[in-house]
Design a protein around this ligand. Structure first.
Ligand code: PLP
Length: 400
């Protein structure tokens, strides 16, 4: 049976939605692999490690103990207490965070979406330091608010400062999305840089959504987080989750720490969309945060390996005559300006296509992050493959 031509026109809710640019590249890479081509895929935004074994063991035991039913929408109390405890321990000068400030969701992506939906609406403007993770713009749009790109300074890893933010502010500005360490640049804001932005937001009455999903993947100790420097928490929503640092992307556990009134509102919103995050995954998240050294050691080992890959690959990229690379201090991405930048409308996209077809390396065009002269290279892959791919990237660029 064929579908009739009864035409599907997307609703106004998603009329502006852009498909993820990363998916197009990875589909083409898969197709080439299926044809037998030697493809190195550095497009993925997920660690190439397995979830630490003690976490998997804890999840299996939870299933045997019956963790198969609905839980409270906002998550099991023990996990929310563990998240609050982790925040009180990990952030300098922070104490007194309680489970009433924590909402657990199906990945930090849902946490971010919940926050956008309850904080922003039509007529509101939200400042997004750019380049930025592609979904922020879409989430703000889904909340029917307007995202305002604030381009950072490439010489400072594309970071923004209060002056740049002020320049884009209007009376309709309602909030700002922060992300340190950053996807896609790997830039890490210092405590002073963060404090200056938070002070501005407080003075101007803006919400701050601080996405700290890469916080533990940082090469000079834990990256400063908003809770390290905030003098007040009543305009602050901190987002985190287990996906990246604990190599748990598929478990789908993220969370927010926010004022209780915001937490209640996000819980009500989530109660009509997904209800609780998967029950067994919540127990896995609890294990990640509470098993201590056996898990922490694995996380440290992963970060050490990411750093080793960065240190091995960065000199190769820097030796290119045609590429400009931002040295990352966290996360697991190189952000690179490609040949043709400024001369053609989507230099990054053209380079990605050329590189994949000619040299068999899949990477992500910077247009996904609203900076089309750039490309993102993930080093969440075997070190030898990362090195080989970087050699091919340089050879391709320098021959252009
Ligand atoms: N925030 C940033 C900056 C990301 O890069 C990602 C994933 O790529 C997410 C959030 C979403 O992570 P999660 O798997 O917890 O939904």
């Amino acid at each position: 049976m064929e579908y009739s031509a009864l035409s599907f026109r997307p609703s106004a809710n998603i009329a502006e939605l852009r498909e993820s640019a990363t998916i197009a590249v990875s589909q083409r890479a898969k197709a080439l692999k299926a044809e037998g081509r030697d493809i190195i895929d550095l497009g993925a935004g997920e660690p190439d490690f397995g979830t630490p074994a003690p976490i998997i063991g804890a999840a299996k035991r939870a299933l045997d103990d019956g963790a198969t039913r609905y839980t409270a929408v906002e998550g099991i109390l023990s996990l929310r207490q563990a998240i609050a405890g982790d925040a009180n321990r990990e952030y300098k000068g922070t104490d007194g965070i309680t489970a009433s400030e924590v909402v657990v969701s199906s990945g930090s992506k849902q946490s971010l979406y919940n926050a956008c939906m309850v904080l922003f609406g039509p007529g509101d403007e939200v400042l997004i330091p750019t380049p930025s993770w592609t979904s922020y713009y879409e989430m703000v749009g889904l909340a029917r608010a307007t995202s305002v790109e604030v381009h950072g300074d490439p010489a400072r890893g594309y970071k923004v400062d209060p002056e740049r933010l002020e320049r884009h502010a209007t009376p309709r500005t309602r909030g700002i999305m922060l992300n340190s360490p950053s996807n896609p640049t790997g830039a890490v804001y210092s405590a002073d840089e963060l404090r200056a932005i938070l002070d501005l937001a407080s003075a101007r009455g803006w919400w701050v959504i601080s996405d700290e999903i890469y916080r533990r993947i940082s090469y000079d100790g834990a990256a400063p987080g908003a809770l390290d420097v905030a003098t007040r928490r009543d305009n602050l929503i901190v987002v985190n989750g287990v996906a990246k640092a604990w190599a748990m992307t598929g478990w789908r556990i993220g969370w927010t720490v926010s004022p209780p009134a915001v937490a209640r509102s996000m819980t009500a919103f989530q109660s009509h969309t997904t209800s609780n995050a998967a029950t067994v995954s919540q127990y896995a998240g609890l294990a990640a945060l509470s098993l201590g050294e056996p898990v922490e050691r694995t996380v440290r080992d992963m970060v050490t390996e990411f750093k080793a890959r960065r240190d091995a690959a960065l000199p190769i990229l820097k030796a290119s005559h045609k590429l400009t690379v931002l040295p990352p201090d966290g996360a697991f991405y190189f952000y690179i300006k490609v040949p043709g930048a400024g001369a053609v409308p989507d230099a990054g996209g053209a380079f990605c296509t050329h590189l994949l077809e000619k040299a068999g390396v899949a990477i992500v065009p910077g247009s996904a992050f609203r900076t089309p002269d750039w490309v993102r290279v993930s080093y969440a892959a075997d070190r030898g493959q990362v090195i080989e791919a970087c050699r091919r990237i340089v050879a391709t660029a320098d021959a252009m």
